[in-house]
Design a protein around this ligand. Structure first.
Ligand code: IMP
Ligand code: MG
Length: 179
């Protein structure tokens, strides 16, 4: 696997330091609010597990799964494969995401969860790739781990063709592997 990586962008040590920082900030800001962390499968699972283990206030967790189809038209269609099972009405919700790229998935997820009338809704993304944002996306993540350049990255939950999710760091994939 390591031979497929052009460069390690974020090391294991950097990841763990950032997770501790984000979890401490969220724990302070949500003390007494019993928040619900919602993860969007599958890319977020590693970040999610690291985050909630570093949050030291009472909280609940849940997951959803969405699928994006990009057909022959320019607008991709997003559908829910698995919805949340916790009732989030009047609850404080924090969505955890692996990466905020074009913004299509998170915009869809946020709108879907807002319909369930949570008391509040914030977004925490481990990675942000602002150069890739689709025009018209106005959503801004409330908590960002690392802002990264416009490169295709894998590891720490992120995949290429469902592989590399188990790498403990974030690396830039050699472009010859997907070009
Ligand atoms: P969106 O474009 O913001 O809707 O992001 C959709 C999904 O694309 C993310 O949740 C990731 O699963 C995936 N994705 C975006 N950029 C990358 C990348 O650099 N590596 C691996 N997956 C990515
Ligand atoms: Mg993916």
């Amino acid at each position: 696997m390591i031979n497929d990586i052009k460069e390690i962008l974020i090391s294991e040590e950097q990841i763990q330091a950032k997770v501790k920082e984000l979890a401490a900030q969220i724990s302070r800001e949500y003390a007494g609010k019993d928040p619900v962390f919602i993860g969007v499968l599958k890319g977020v699972v590693i970040f999610f597990a690291d985050m909630v283990r570093n949050v030291d206030i009472p909280c609940q967790i849940d997951f959803m799964s969405i699928s994006s189809y990009s057909g022959t038209t320019t607008t991709g269609r997003t559908e829910i494969r698995k919805d949340v099972s916790v009732d989030i009405k009047d609850r404080h919700v924090i969505i955890l995401e692996d990466i905020f790229d074009t913004g299509t998935s998170l915009t869809f997820t946020v709108n879907h969860l807002l319909n369930k009338q949570p008391a509040s809704l914030k977004v925490c993304t481990f990675l942000d790739k602002p150069d890739r944002r689709r025009p018209g996306v106005t959503l801004k993540p409330d908590y960002v781990g690392y802002t990264i350049p416009n490169e295709f990255v894998v590891g720490y939950g992120l995949d290429f063709n469902e592989h590399y999710r188990n790498l403990p760091y974030v690396g830039i994939l050699k472009p010859e592997l997907y070009e």
